[in-house]
Design a protein around this ligand. Sequence first.
Ligand SMILES: Nc1ncnc2c1ncn2[C@@H]1O[C@H](COP(=O)(O)OP(=O)(O)OP(=O)(O)O)[C@@H](O)[C@H]1O
Ligand SMILES: [Zn+2]
Length: 839
Amino acid sequence: MESLFGDQYDNKDEKSNLFADIILPVPIPKMFTYKIPRNLAESIGIGFRVIVQFGKKKILTGIIGRVHQKPPTSYDAKPILDLLDNHATVNPIQIRFWAWMAEYYCCHIGEVMNAALPSGLKLSSESKIQLNPTFDPDTSPYPLDEREELLLQALANKEEMSYEDCEAVLGIKSIHGILKSLVIKEAIIVFEQVKEKYSPKVESRIRFSHEHVKDKKLLEALFNEIAGKPKQEEILLKYLQEVPVYKKPELNQKGLEKKVISDAGLSASSLKTLIKNGVLEEFKIIISRFEEEEGSNEEIVLSSEQEEAFQQIKKEFEDKNTVLLHGITGSGKTELYITLIKEVLAGGSQVLLLLPEIALTTHMVGRLRQVFGSSMGVYHSKYSDNERVEVWNGVLSGKLSFVVGVRSSIFLPFDSLGMVIIDEEHEPSYKQFDPAPRFQARDAGIMLSWLHQSKTLLGSATPSFETFHNAKTGKYGYVSLEKRFGEAQLPDYYLADILVDKKKNLLKLDFTRLMREKIQEALNNQEQVLIFQNRRGYAPYISCEDCGWIPECEHCDVSLTYHQFGEEMRCHYCGFKEKVPHACSACGSNKLSAVGLGTERIEESLSLLFPEARVARMDLDTTRSKYGYQRLLEDFGSGNVDILVGTQMITKGLDFDRVTVVGIMDADRILYFPDFRAGERAFQQITQVAGRAGRRDKKGSVIIQTRKPEQAIFGQIISGDYKSFYLQEMGERQRFFYPPFVKIIKITTRHKDYKTAEKSARYLHNLMGDIQVKKILLGPEKGLIGKIKNQYIFESIVKLDRTGNAQAHFKQELLHILEEMQAHKDFRGVRFVVDVDPY
Ligand SMILES: Nc1ncnc2c1ncn2[C@@H]1O[C@H](COP(=O)(O)OP(=O)(O)OP(=O)(O)O)[C@@H](O)[C@H]1O
Ligand SMILES: [Zn+2]
């Protein structure tokens, strides 16, 4: 370990004067200093987890950030209560990474820690405790003491217990020691209320009751007994066929998955009878989600274009830390990644592959699993905390040297990364908006990679402008892959003019004639169709035909979305719901109509237009459950669905053989979004979703419905002319001072009272104006949505020079200002949020 104790530390008597600065998972500006008790002094170091008291009552898990001999001047240091492990949970690179993140994104290191550590690793007085379902006291190698047993008994009757509940059961204070011990013994699981609880995957199995397999005679007698009951006999024969206990009685122990019997079409009630009569017994086992699986170790054969790109990437890495792989949709970036990952792993380094949230359940992960087996960890936001802890510990112990994960996987305890790969680097979901740290995982990933002296590969068919700019200016290496893999070709594009069809009466339920024809053609050929509309619900709003009244959210400044499913009006910002009104609240008219197009409505229209087609919908509402997304994909993949309607969820990474038609319902909606990136995003979204079509031998078609087909961007998308689109947009950005030419920081002020919110925002704005750096300061203005969850919102935008230390200086001053304002009574209850690179 590094010399943590400083050079002067060589005198044994001074041990009792050791202090530790501790990172606590709370939004406070600094680390807190605690005293290291004499008995812990030998075994403590940077990155260790400790338990401390914070404030009057709170017990928190903290991470040791620094060890020194300077007592704090303004308060008496409390002692560290306990040490949680005998090793560091967080390594020095991670601590540097956290510190960088806090500084760059203007937040507190404790907030970074909070985001970084799974709550299973943060035992605190706010934790909840559940029994670990996999724990069995009879087989556990660890003996339990009396108090531990008492606590487990209490837990057995409950879903969960709070820290205080545990104290009450045992009648003692400070029970962290007991909880710590139970965690080590894997008897309990610590979690936070907000997260879902850990429920293991359980499988029902059956086997012969033990006496029957004792000897063959018994089994024979059994068969004689049920000879007159063919259905029961069938089941037993099936069992014997799958589990030959005649030859090997010991096989009975593991039994057979119960599902095998029902899958074979055998009688469920006869099976029940057999179990009831004690012939068979049913039992349950817990299947690990991280089942041992051998990787295939197959040789990856790259196409000649891929091979060339691979060699170029390696060449670029010789003098660049970051390389952009600009490969068109379907060019086979996955196989290239696999080849690279294998090479880095063979060299003994770790690899992190970042994927956008939703792409994590697609074929790509399946493909990677095939190659890397269980040596690959998957870090998914839909995993429970316990599963996250498993991946964390897998990386820590060295068992997992390759992880594929969502943005939060950048926090895993890697100690020797050799490569970070960021797929679909342009994806907006890499940005975390709330809560702090409001980081961009692509940018943070590049930083992490740099801290490890490792390399970063960014992959995309439609790179973000920042990245492309960095590649063009030589900061990043650049490699392109311009051919689809195999015989596949890029699809043909068609622009369908909504207004023309409307005039000619050809528009039916929002579908142009061309779109309908193309869909019909695909259906006739038994091919599949994707329809894209980035708006969920039935209609964005309803409106009174007589007076124009539109129902709005009681708590937010937005209209309510009409959801046909459940017949309700919902707010997409705060979750508020109400019944669909039958009459106008303003004039009483009952002529209310749904306006605009949501995925639900499109789904309905498709069923009316193509009654023979099987239509499914993929959006936030149909994929809320843990495996919802995966199930829909499986259905689509196995051909049970002909047309899939979806939001941007369907644009990511899907690779299906039979998709030949992709329809974009309303391209104008994507283009006219009030954001400087609208054009860039539209180019990306349309190209990406179009890229799902015709990925095998048959050429695909993409139909774009629009009211203005003459717009230049369509021509550029169709010809795949990313570069001229880029140049044109960049001209605008330079003229109007937008990234990547400036850095943007957005400062939001919120309060439940309009006046207070406005006044505070102005006050802050003026103080920011005084900060001595070259900048453009805009606002404060009412937010694009002026009120969310009863809080009024004002925003200021700062545009900063990218050169020199303008940014660092501004951020530092800003934090000062905010600290002072927040301590002042005039601004009590006002919330200020700083968002660096807020896009
Ligand atoms: N070298 C190869 N050998 C065999 N199959 C390949 C190879 N390269 C690509 N493929 C196949 O071609 C298809 C497209 O590849 P992949 O999905 O990796 O493309 P991609 O570049 O990630 O596309 P997108 O950006 O659209 O997601 C996949 O089905 C993949 O299995
Ligand atoms: Zn609302």
